[in-house]
Write a protein that binds this ligand. Structure first.
Ligand code: SAM
Ligand code: SF4
Length: 427
C-alpha cells in the first residue's frame, strides 16, 4: 500500500511542477513514506533522516523534507522534535493536502502537521488520472481495519475500515487499462471486508467488484491482497473458482497454528476454521497456490504452540510466505502482555520456520518444471536477449525473447527452478 500511496503522492505533486528523481541528492523535496508495522521499519526512518540532514546542510539548505505514512501518523509532532530537519509530517489519509502543506512551509507559517483520518476526502481529492509505469499496478479499494489484532498498529495508524465507491474504483481501473496496464492488484489492509453499493443499488462485496473489474477491456489479470480468514466468504470463494482473470494465487495469513495464540492475538478464528477454508478454496480452484504471513514469539508462545505453527505449515503447504519475529508495538495490547518471548527464542523459531517455508517454496517452484505458464513480460532480463516477467504465482520468470514482447502475456515452458525464480523457454 505504501507503493500505491507513493505513486499517488507523485500524482498530487505533478500539477505543481514536481517530478520524481532517482536519488535524494537531486531532490528539492524529499518525502519519506514510512512503515510502522515492526520496530525495525520505524527506526529506519530516523537513521535515514540523519543522512538527509547531513546532505541538506552540506549541499542543499533550501531542500524541504516531509515524513509521510504510518510512522508520521503514530509519532506526529514527536518527529519534528526528534528530527528538526523535518518540515512536514503527514499521515496516510492526508497526502492529498501536500500542495497546501508545501505552500505553508514556503510561507513559513507555523507547524505543518496533518494526521486527520478522512479517507473518503482523500480519495475524492486525488487526481483522476494516475501516472503509471509498467504493466502491473496496485489499486487501493479499501483502507484501514476494524479487526484490532493485539499485535498490530494498522487500526491505529490507518484508521477504521473504509471502502471506496465502486464507480471510483472502476474509473481508476479503466484509466490504468488505458495506460497499458494488464494486471491489477486490488489492495486493502483487509480487502475481503470490501463492501459498497453497486451500480444496481445492492450491497457489493469483493467478489462482485472483481467480476466487474474483470469486464474492463485490456485488464487480463486480477489479484487481491490482503485477505483475512474471518472475512473470506462463500461468495468470494465462488468467484475464485469461476473468474478466469483472477490469478490462482492467494495470500491468506494465519499468523500462528496454535488456537491459544490465535485467541491471544484476537484473530477471531481457529486453525480448524482456516483449514476448512483452505479445503473449500482448493475444491473451488484446485491449481491455487497459497501464501501466508506468520509471526513467531508472540507473548505466551510456548515450544508446543510453535510446533502447532510448524504442523500447520506442513499440513497446508505454502508456495510463498512472509514470516516475522513478533515486534512489540507501543500502544497495542500485545505490548503489555506478560510472558514476552526472549529474542534468542524468537530467532531460533524463525530460523526453523523459515527453513520449512523456504523448502516448500522451492518444492513448489520445482513442481512447475515441464509445465507451461502464462507470463506477463515486465521488461528486459539481466542477460542480453533475456526477458523478465511474472508467472500466475508471482514468481519472477526469465526466458529468451524479443523486446517487442514486453507488456504482453506469453506462454513459457519452465525448465529450471530455484527458490525465488524460474527459467524457461518461449512456446
Ligand atoms: N491485514 C493483514 C492480515 O490480517 O493478515 C496483514 C496486515 S500487516 C500490514 C502484514 C503482516 O505484518 C501481518 O500479517 C503480520 O504477519 C505482520 N505483523 C503485523 N504486526 C506485527 C508485529 N507487531 N510483529 C511482527 N509482525 C507483525
Ligand atoms: Fe492488522 Fe491485519 Fe489484524 Fe487488521 S486484520 S489488525 S491489518 S493484522
Amino acid at each position: 500500500m505504501n507503493v500505491y500511496d507513493s505513486e499517488r503522492m507523485a500524482d498530487v505533486l505533478a500539477p505543481i511542477g514536481y517530478a520524481p528523481v532517482e536519488t535524494p541528492d537531486q531532490a528539492d523535496l524529499v518525502i519519506l513514506n514510512t512503515c510502522h508495522i515492526r520496530e525495525k521499519a520505524a527506526e529506519k526512518v530516523y537513521s535515514e533522516l540523519g543522512r538527509i540532514r547531513q546532505h541538506k546542510e552540506a549541499n542543499k539548505p533550501e531542500m524541504k523534507v516531509a515524513v509521510a505514512g504510518c510512522v508520521a501518523q503514530a509519532e506526529g509532532a514527536e518527529i519534528m522534535r526528534r528530527a528538526p530537519v523535518v518540515d512536514m509530517v503527514l499521515g496516510p489519509q492526508t497526502y492529498h493536502k501536500l500542495p497546501e502543506m508545501i505552500a505553508k512551509v514556503h510561507r513559513k507559517s507555523g507547524e505543518v502537521l496533518e494526521t486527520e483520518f478522512d479517507t473518503i476526502e482523500k480519495f475524492d481529492s486525488l487526481p483522476k488520472t494516475r501516472n503509471v509505469k509498467g504493466f502491473s499496478a496496485f489499486l487501493t479499494v479499501q483502507e484501514g481495519c476494524d479487526k484490532f489484532c493485539t499485535f498490530c498498529v494498522v487500526p491505529y495508524t490507518r484508521g477504521a475500515e473504509v471502502s471506496r465507491p465502486v464507480d471510483q474504483i472502476v474509473m481508476e481501473a479503466r484509466d490504468l487499462a488505458a495506460q497499458g496496464v494488464r494486471e491489477i492488484t486490488l489492495i486493502g489492509q483487509n480487502v475481503d471486508a470490501y463492501h459498497a453499493e453497486g451500480p444496481d443499488g445492492s450491497e457489493w462485496g469483493l467478489g462482485e467488484l472483481i467480476r466487474h473489474v474483470a469486464l474492463i477491456g485490456g485488464i487480463d489479470r486480477i489479484r487481491f491482497t490482503t485477505s483475512h480468514p474471518r472475512d473470506m466468504d462463500d461468495a468470494l470463494i465462488k468467484v475464485i473458482g469461476e473468474e478466469p482473470k483472477l490469478m490462482p494465487y492467494l495470500h491468506l495469513p494465519i499468523q500462528s497454528g496454535s488456537n491459544k495464540i490465535l485467541r491471544a492475538m484476537n484473530r477471531d478464528h481457529t486453525y480448524d476454521h482456516y483449514k476448512q477454508l483452505i479445503a473449500k478454496i482448493r475444491a473451488a480452484r484446485p491449481e491455487i497456490a497459497l501464501s501466508g504471513d506468520f509471526i513467531v514469539g508472540f507473548p505466551g508462545e510456548t515450544e508446543a504452540d510453535f510446533e502447532q505453527t510448524m504442523k500447520c505449515v506442513e499440513e497446508i503447504g505454502y508456495a510463498s510466505s512472509f514470516s516475522f519475529k513478533y515486534s512489540i508495538r507501543p500502544g497495542t495490547p500485545g505490548a503489555s502482555m506478560h510472558r514476552q518471548v526472549p529474542e534468542d527464542v524468537k530467532q531460533d523459531r524463525l530460523v526453523r520456520l523459515q527453513a520449512l517455508l523456504y523448502k516448500q517454496q522451492e518444492d513448489h517452484n520445482k513442481s512447475l518444471i515441464g509445465k507451461t505458464l502464462s507470463v506477463l513480460v515486465e521488461g528486459k532480463g539481466r542477460k542480453g536477449g533475456q526477458l523478465f516477467g511474472r508467472s500466475p504465482y508471482l514468481t519472477g520468470t526469465h526466458f529468451d525473447g524479443p523486446e517487442a514482447l514486453i507488456g504482453q502475456i506469453v506462454d513459457v515452458r519452465i525448465e529450471e527452478a530455484g527458490r525465488n525464480s524460474l527459467v524457461g523457454v518461449l512456446v
